[in-house]
Design a protein around this ligand. Structure first.
Ligand code: 16G
Length: 167
């Protein structure tokens, strides 16, 4: 994203200035030691993930060009991640060989709620998806988070249902 585009966020924050002591950047290999998995643990079950396994998955994602966009917000004073989010860009044949975006694994650390950094993460991923040419972007969320996500213009689509099978 260019600098001009990054300033446009409605939440009053910007990619260049997400708040005191905070930086927004892509996920890095070092983030295992900055609490990335503990952050994800506030969303769902993470399980036992060693640093070796983390790095293996990190590099596997990195080797898929133009697909995984994982962003984080770090408190640089604490060297600790306080928020994260992912945009996955899926290649399609439909819509003239389009790509579509999925927003995944959005988490804001419990200690940082109310600072609008969740908004900054989601707005950044939507802007990125748009810039990358996604013809649509979707996400799944639990009922209490509907008001949070609908503020970005995401909505239930008529005649579309979210179905899931777990293993
Ligand atoms: C939420 C997340 C989704 C995540 C899932 C994990 C957002 C917008 N949605 O639906 O990305 O993968 O929770 O829950 O962050 P699960 O472990 O029950 O699949």
């Amino acid at each position: 994203l260019s600098k001009g585009e990054c300033r446009l966020h409605e939440c009053g924050l910007s990619v260049e200035n997400p708040g005191d002591n905070l930086i927004l950047r892509p996920l890095s290999a070092d983030d295992y030691d900055k609490g990335f998995l503990q952050l994800l643990g506030q969303l769902t079950k993470v399980g036992e993930v060693t640093k070796e396994k983390y790095l293996e998955r990190f590099h596997a994602m990195q080797s898929c060009p133009s697909t995984y966009y994982l962003i984080v917000i770090e408190d640089v004073e604490l060297a600790k991640l306080v928020a994260c989010g992912t945009l996955v860009v899926e290649q399609k044949f439909i819509h003239d060989i389009a790509v579509r975006g999925r927003i995944e694994d959005i988490v804001v650390d419990n200690s940082c709620r109310g600072k609008k950094i969740g908004k900054l993460i989601v707005e950044t991923l939507i802007l990125l998806g748009k810039k990358l040419g996604c013809y649509k972007i979707s996400l799944e969320c639990k009922d209490p988070l509907l008001p949070f996500y609908t503020q970005f213009g995401l909505k239930h689509e008529d005649k579309q249902n979210y179905l899931c099978k777990r293993f």
